[in-house]
Design a protein. Structure first.
Length: 128
């Protein structure tokens, strides 16, 4: 039996924007909405430098990463050529205006991925 988790109403996601879904383990999931009210879900991490895709600009069925403007396909998670890379996608469905994500994927999909730590002081200890 497939179990789905209710996330929000479609109207709770800004048109041409995103909402983040926190998970108990792993990075957040970004849920996007385009002009046609299509809804997509990707790990909230650009495959290039780990930028938060939920803060990017949605256009058509793509999102532009806010860090370096990489274009990521919302339906596939694939970076547009000439860039290469992929961010994990999540199964999403919309019924009667409600947005659902697959419960098993929320709990286990891409939970090992992390955001890169920038700067010279990336150790656990504080910088002097």
């Amino acid at each position: 039996m497939t179990t789905w988790t209710t996330i929000c109403q479609v109207q709770d996601i800004p048109v041409l924007g995103a909402r983040r879904v926190a998970r108990a383990q792993g990075l957040d999931v970004a849920v996007f909405r385009n002009e046609q009210d299509e809804v997509f879900a990707l790990l909230d991490r650009c495959p290039h430098k780990g930028g938060p895709l939920s803060q990017g600009i949605v256009f058509g069925t793509s999102v532009a990463c806010p860090l370096h403007n990489w274009t990521i396909g919302l339906g596939t998670g694939q970076a547009a050529a000439p860039d290469e890379g992929c961010t994990p996608k999540f199964s999403v469905k919309v019924e009667a205006g409600q947005v659902f994500l697959l419960t098993a994927e929320l709990a286990s999909h891409a939970t090992d991925q992390t955001r890169p730590v920038a700067g010279p002081c990336h150790r656990q200890t504080a910088c002097a």
